[in-house]
Ligand binder design. Structure first.
Ligand SMILES: *[C@@H]1O[C@H](CO)[C@@H](O)[C@H](O)[C@H]1NC(C)=O
Ligand SMILES: *[C@@H]1O[C@H](CO)[C@@H](O)[C@H](O)[C@H]1NC(C)=O
Ligand SMILES: *[C@@H]1O[C@H](CO)[C@@H](O)[C@H](O)[C@H]1NC(C)=O
Length: 284
């Protein structure tokens, strides 16, 4: 695996110079000191977002009035997207802490792409999901072997035309291969990168204990390694974009299998096998 730092210097949005440093076997965050405002902006709940440490960290606050969310300034066609986050330490259901990619605002619509990390409640249940021009329904849930509210941990989504991989602290926890030729839907659209803290009243999330408000999440590492969506960009060069052809080696596959065996508590494939063709094909 390789990591890559890309610095986009846009002049009037026309030109971007990509400086790319290849780091073998380095998936870990490379520069945690990047200013939030360089790559992201507050999307909603502005008065519930606080900038810390010269804006190299942000705090999102959820109370009865609002939660908050942020979004990348650019859309990306591919990338290895990293965030460090610490979810709220007050234990409750209903609170959702997220880091995800989304193709547009139609989160409830049928024709958008989305790739999600979502903490459901604050007890360490982490869900991943994937929408590919459809209604999603590809949930997996892991009970993490650590308390994600105690420290920062690193969450990464690798998005390439060949494969999607979710990583937690550099451990691949899920992969989804482009098997379009077998009739399996695969996300294709340029993506925003977003993070948010909100609450859900749905059965899925359970009900929130408002006695414990406010709920506070922290985010760090606002560096973005991605190929921005721009008419002139060729995002398929494996030299400039080493994540383009991700391949998990035998050791990583074994680490992933171990993680899933020990910590996966729900998988859509176990429950909906017939509905999703990827559940009956080898998908790694
Ligand atoms: C701010 O920086 C200090 C020192 O590096 C660090 O310990 C702390 O976690 C940071 N705060 C946040 C909210 O990330
Ligand atoms: C997925 O692979 C097919 C070929 O199998 C290719 O035509 C398509 O462009 C790929 N999907 C994306 C998102 O690039
Ligand atoms: C984009 O880059 C790839 C790999 O370097 C190359 O094969 C392809 O021809 C390029 N496409 C365009 C439109 O320049």
């Amino acid at each position: 695996m390789t990591g890559c730092i890309s610095l986009s210097m846009a002049s009037f949005g026309l030109m971007s110079i990509i400086i790319c440093i290849l780091l073998f076997f380095a998936l870990a965050p490379i520069n945690a000191m990047v200013d939030f405002n360089q790559n992201y902006y507050p999307l909603w709940g502005q008065n519930h977002i606080t900038f810390l440490n010269q804006s190299t960290a942000v705090q999102l606050l959820l109370d009865r009035n609002s939660g908050a969310g942020f979004r990348s300034k650019l859309q990306y066609e591919s990338g290895l997207f990293t965030i460090r986050m610490k979810i709220p330490d007050k234990k409750t259901n209903g609170v959702i802490t997220t880091f995800y990619l989304i193709s547009d605002d139609q989160a409830q619509g049928v024709s958008h792409d989305e790739i999600d990390f979502e903490f459901v409640g604050t007890e360490g249940k982490l869900q991943t999901n994937l929408f590919a021009n459809d209604m999603g329904g590809r949930e997996e849930v892991y009970q993490l072997p650590f308390d994600p509210s105690e420290d920062y941990h690193t969450y990464q989504i690798l998005y390439s035309p060949y494969r999607i991989v979710f990583f937690v602290d550099n451990i691949p926890v899920r992969t989804f291969k482009n098997n379009t030729n077998r009739g399996i839907n695969f996300p294709t659209k340029p993506m925003w990168i977003e993070g948010s803290l909100w609450y859900s009243q749905s059965l899925w999330a359970g009900s929130i204990n408002w006695n414990r408000e406010p709920f506070i999440a922290y985010y760090q590492d606002f560096d973005i390694s991605g190929c921005p969506y721009q008419p002139d960009n060729n995002c398929t060069s494996p030299v400039l974009y080493p994540w383009i052809r991700p391949k998990l080696d035998q050791k990583q596959l074994q680490v992933m299998r171990n993680f899933r065996q020990r910590h996966m508590v729900y998988s859509y494939c176990r429950h909906n096998r017939g509905r999703f063709p990827e559940c009956v094909h080898q998908n790694t």
